[in-house]
Design a protein around this ligand. Structure first.
Ligand SMILES: [Mn+2]
Length: 652
């Protein structure tokens, strides 16, 4: 560009000079002017061209300088956009720059580093070589970028294989095995109400659902015990199941084959990078937690992280908790499906039966149904509680006698029998006979004469009392049922009666239930008052205790002198108190009311008074049992009792 302009300028000046010479020779006057003009234009042209070309020349020099700098930067700028891991280095190994991808692989920005720091055996002369970075092999491609003025070269280097490595890693993660367990929470409860063929149909339906669900995800499910399965999934399948929030939980719940109780399952899965064994251990921890939280949920456990799906947020801790939840759901269903609810206790009701009835009344009422408590008598055991309840207007009209109940009960009524499952002990037998739908809730051990036509039975011999079971149900329906203080008092008093104030049959669940009642305004002082007795009653109790005789092996026997309707309660209280005597293992107290002689037997559990009373024709459970005799004199009953005690010890 510079040369062409100079030539152009010289040619122009020469042309003007020739033109001037010719003009002077032809017409001197005009020629002089032309010469002057030419000289002037030449001068101006020269100045303009010289200045202009000098400016251009300077610009060009700058450009040249820029180009010189850019050559290095170009490589580096290029590198930042380069779609592969990339670096530029001097031939002495000094790293000039690296891009983000390379930085991620090397875990370094390369500043003040040499290429040998990363690839000790790197050779610039090889255009392709393998390099090892963090145990991974990459292909490194090397080529000359440009030559410096001093003759040295700048090289650039790129890596391939990084993307494949990423894919491989992702694939490994996806294929990572997930192990764990799937348990049917309530197999026994569901099977209880079904005949064998229904159980097989239900099992087949459940297993088909489970198999299809797991097979669709490309996993394996294998039964290793009844209602228990081992699960193996890929991590990819797990992610999918988690995304769908383990919809199998609901799917299983909707399985119907004549069962009244919905089937629920718990799933515990473990994810481990280390080994299958580790994943299985995590899965076991997860299923244990799922069961501990009440079942009907899925838990996924990674190293130190849990993911929860489904289930209720209650913090329950035992398998009986699952039963409580399941039975609560089932009872709710029965109540909602009924027109009205009748509640029945046992003969000669105690605070456990009556307190339970109050709790069940609240459940039915808060679920929107009219409910009645059927009572044939107000026994001494419940009279204090009965009095405060009947004085409260809230409970006006909730009590029915046997004939009133029989009149009202219909085919679509629900009858709840509390605190007994023995036909003969039910308070109003006619009502039981009329009822078509019966729900039984009890904590006594099973015996032969049980209520057979129950739609559903909640029978938990490990529970302290029926009040504890009712409280557990209410806890599970917490959002739907609001206990009133008096009902909480009633439930707590029943629990205290049957546990002898938390000294026998008292488990962790009992205290949890008591704590729940306390939170719902049960008042220990008010409950204490419910246990108060009249002076006469206290005197009778003392008289009974004073007559006690040690028969054998820690068994004391006594007879209550009272013959009023209170006698049975006094006898039971005296038996309870006799247990406070050192060396007494069991206390048996007789009393006579009218034609009948009643026997109350109590123990701390070492002697099984249930077995003892069964020998005398009665029943009950390990720590609390009784029997009735008609048309036998007191001495004859004492003889029968002693015979039973002897037999018991001979067998033991
Ligand atoms: Mn009871």
């Amino acid at each position: 560009m510079k040369k062409t302009k100079k030539i152009l300028f010289v040619v122009t000046v020469l042309l003007l000079a020739v033109l001037a010479a010719v003009s002077v020779w032809v017409t001197p006057w005009i020629g002089i002017w032309i010469i002057l003009t030419a000289l002037l234009s030449g001068l101006i042209g020269y100045v303009v061209l010289t200045l202009g070309s000098r400016g251009m020349e300077e610009d060009w020099e700058d450009d040249w300088e820029d180009m010189n700098q850019t050559e290095e930067e170009l490589v580096l700028n290029y590198s930042s956009d380069f779609p592969l891991p990339f670096l530029a280095a001097e031939e002495d190994g000094t790293i000039l720059g690296i891009n983000k991808d390379m930085e991620a692989i090397l875990h370094s920005d390369g500043k003040d580093k040499e290429i040998w720091d990363f690839f000790p055996k790197f050779d610039f002369k090889k255009s392709k070589q393998e390099v090892l970075i963090h145990d991974c092999v990459f292909d490194a491609f090397c080529s000359k970028a440009f030559q410096r003025r001093d003759g040295t070269y700048v090289y650039y280097l790129s890596l391939t294989g990084a993307e494949e490595k990423e894919n491989l890693k992702r694939q490994l993660e996806e294929e990572q095995s997930v192990c764990g367990y799937l348990y049917i929470d309530n197999y026994d409860e569901v099977a209880e109400g079904l005949d064998d063929s229904q159980v097989s149909i239900l099992t087949a339906l459940l297993e088909r659902k489970l198999n299809v669900y797991v097979a669709d995800m490309g996993g394996i499910i294998k039964r290793f015990e009844r209602g228990r399965y081992l699960l193996v999934l890929s991590n990819k399948a797990l992610q999918e199941a988690m995304r769908k929030k383990f919809d199998i939980l609901n799917d299983i719940k909707n399985t119907k084959a004549g069962n009244h109780i919905p089937v629920t399952v718990s799933i515990g899965l473990g994810v481990s990078e280390e080994s299958l064994d580790e994943a299985t251990k995590l899965g076991k921890a997860a299923i244990d937690l799922a069961l501990g939280r009440g079942g009907d949920q899925a838990i996924v456990k990674e190293k130190d992280k849990y993911h929860f799906f489904g289930g209720k947020s209650s913090e329950l801790s035992h398998n009986t908790k699952i039963r409580a939840r399941v039975k609560a759901d089932a009872l709710e269903g029965l109540i909602r499906g009924a027109d009205e609810v009748f509640i029945l206790g046992h003969k000669n009701p105690d605070m456990d039966a009556f307190g339970s009835a109050l709790g069940l009344y609240r459940i039915a009422t808060d679920l929107g149904k009219q409910a009645w408590i059927v009572l044939t008598e107000v026994s001494v055991g419940i009279e204090n509680l009965y009095r405060v309840v009947s004085e409260d207007k809230t409970y006006a009209g909730i009590f029915l006698n046997e004939s009133q109940a029989v009149e009202r009960i219909s085919a679509n009524s629900l009858l709840i029998v509390a605190d007994t499952f023995v036909n003969a002990l039910v308070d109003a037998r006619e009502v039981l006979e009329e009822a078509e739908k019966v729900f039984v809730i009890d904590h006594h051990r099973k015996s032969a004469d049980y209520i057979q036509n129950a739609v559903l039975t909640y029978h938990e011999p490990y529970a302290s009392s029926t009040c504890e079971l009712v409280t557990e149900i209410i806890r599970n329906l917490d959002d739907k049922v609001n206990l009133r203080p008096m009902e909480a008092d009633g439930l707590l008093s029943g629990m205290m009666l049957d546990t002898k104030r938390f000294s026998v049959k008292t488990g962790a669940v009992t205290f949890e239930a008591a704590a729940y009642l306390r939170r719902n305004n049960a008042d220990a002082a008010r409950v204490q008052q419910l246990f108060r007795s009249e002076l006469n009653q206290l005197k009778m109790r003392a008289a009974t205790i004073s007559r006690a005789v040690l028969y054998r092996d820690g068994v004391v026997i006594s007879v209550c002198p009272d013959t009023s309707s209170r006698a049975t309660v006094i006898a039971a209280q005296a038996a309870d108190e006799l247990l406070n005597v050192i060396d007494v293992e069991a206390a048996i107290v007789l009393c006579t009311v009218g034609e009948k002689t009643y026997v109350s037997a109590r123990s701390y559990g070492d002697i099984n008074v249930q077995m003892l009373m069964e020998k005398a024709g009665g029943g009950g459970h390990r720590t609390m049992a009784g029997a009735q005799f008609t048309a036998l004199s007191v001495p004859e009953v004492i003889a029968a009792v002693k015979k039973a005690v002897d037999e018991y010890f001979e067998e033991a």
